[in-house]
Design a protein around this ligand. Structure first.
Ligand code: 7TS
Length: 428
């Protein structure tokens, strides 16, 4: 039985079922997000920086508060009540993640600090144990630095070769482009599901099928996909899938590496320490089964539990409903911004998630970002940790508006109005 103080959504299998398709009640949803109810520089806040990090509903904030006020203790080691409660809630969150991405078992869910750590974990375990000099890891031009640099570190350490799928002027690549980069030496494909800088959605399922025909495992950076699409790792059939809680209504400092159990079981540990061992003597240590093998030390306990609460919230809305609504916002935003003279959208792939990157004639994105902030409109400006994308499009940076399910068309109008105002200021 739950006491009133226990982290509530620990037993709700009901919440794991997708809600039937229905339009979102966005006004009601917005009321769940305290941070959105404020003015910035005298204007009501328009938060359009969701690709960098999303905001949290009260349900998640209250879960964090409730755990710290009533249930918190270290996990996996105490026989006392609080430790058992915390352990239960943390492991329940793992099961929620499992159902959310339709993994076969909760043992396939490794908690990490985020997407970055998840990819580094694969580079340091799979990479170091399976790859040798001359083996190729295939990534794409649009990758976030977190799916470039870990492979470069490995390249410098053991001499792997980094190969890159080129992109076209829309910021996409075809399956033919992908196939053309596969060789006898390709030993891992590591690609993003959705691009943070361009919004492009990549054909992961088809890519995985092609890679698997050649026995090449596939790692997917799902940081920008999991918050916006219904992700089914069994359907995608990928070997690894990485994502971060803070982009999907959860807290910072926690994320997930999904790995097929057989794959995880075959890998050496990532870091050594408490919780990841079976037995330790000075002569010999044996390691725990996955996922514990990859979770050395005290983890982000409350973060993991709060990620479970975020998943409850998203599932209650329904990922398909979220995707449909955000697609409407993307179409509306694309149309409204395209009408602004001198504005060019960077990233025009046919299949996009709710990200609009753009440049304006004669105005540096950073200047635009500052002027927009004066109007209460928060966007990201810069290279978005995807410098090769900026190089490809020959721009130093872009301005990026990224939408979440709590954004509205009126907010997109506010963005467009603020951009037009900025243009006027620069023309004076
Ligand atoms: N992969 C993708 C596709 C991302 O968008 C990000 C973060 C990461 C990996 C890294 O995630 P982390 O949680 O480990 O930091 N993207 C962004 C962004 O677009 N603006 O700020 C962070």
């Amino acid at each position: 039985m739950n006491t009133p103080h226990q982290p509530q959504p620990t037993n709700d299998t009901a919440a794991t079922a997708q809600a039937p398709s229905k339009p979102l009640d966005v006004e009601k949803i917005r009321a769940d997000f305290p941070i959105l109810q404020q003015e910035v520089r005298g204007k009501s806040l328009v938060y359009l920086d969701n690709a960098a990090s999303g905001q949290r509903p009260k349900h998640v904030i209250e879960t964090i508060e409730r755990v710290y006020e009533h249930d918190y203790a270290n996990i996996h080691r105490g026989v006392h009540t609080l430790s058992q409660r915390s352990t239960q809630a943390y492991e329940d969150a793992r099961v929620k993640v499992q159902h959310f991405i339709n993994a076969e078992s909760e043992k396939e869910i490794v908690f990490t600090r985020g997407t970055t750590e998840a990819i580094n974990l694969v580079a340091q375990t799979f990479g170091r144990s399976r790859l040798k000099a001359g083996d190729e890891v295939l990534i794409s031009t649009m990758e976030h630095h977190s799916n470039i640099v870990p492979w470069q570190i490995l390249r410098d350490e053991i001499g792997i070769v980094l190969k890159v799928i080129p992109i076209d002027e829309h910021g996409a690549f075809s399956l033919e482009d992908f196939k053309a980069q596969l060789t006898e030496e390709t030993k891992l494909v590591s690609v993003m599901h959705v691009s943070n800088a361009l919004g492009t959605v990549n054909p992961i399922k088809e890519m995985t099928a092609i890679a698997h025909e050649r026995n090449i495992p596939v790692l997917v950076d799902g940081a920008q996909a999991v918050p916006h699409l219904a992700v089914d790792v069994q359907d995608l059939d990928c070997d690894f899938y990485a994502f971060s809680a803070h982009k999907m209504c959860g807290p910072t400092g926690v994320g997930v590496l999904y790995g097929k159990f057989k794959m995880l079981k075959s890998l050496p540990p990532y870091q050594g320490g408490g919780d990841m061992i079976e037995n330790v003597t000075f002569e010999k240590t044996t390691y725990a089964e996955p996922p514990a093998r990859f979770e050395a030390g005290t983890p982000n306990i409350v973060g993991g539990i709060a990620l479970g609460a975020a998943i409850d919230y998203l599932q209650n809305l329904g990922m398909d409903n979220i995707a449909a609504y955000e697609h409407e916002l993307l179409e509306y935003g694309t149309q409204i911004l395209s009408e602004i003279p001198g504005l060019r959208i960077v990233g025009t792939a046919p299949n996009k998630a709710s990200v609009i990157s753009f440049v304006l004639d004669g105005i540096h994105p950073h200047d635009l970002g500052t002027i927009l902030d004066n109007d209460g409109v928060a966007i990201r400006t810069g290279h978005h940790c995807a410098q090769p994308v900026m190089d490809f499009f020959k721009v130093p940076a872009t301005a990026r508006a990224s939408f979440a399910f709590y954004n509205t068309k009126e907010e997109i109008d506010r963005l467009a109005e603020a951009i037009r105002k900025a243009i006027k200021i620069f023309q004076m």
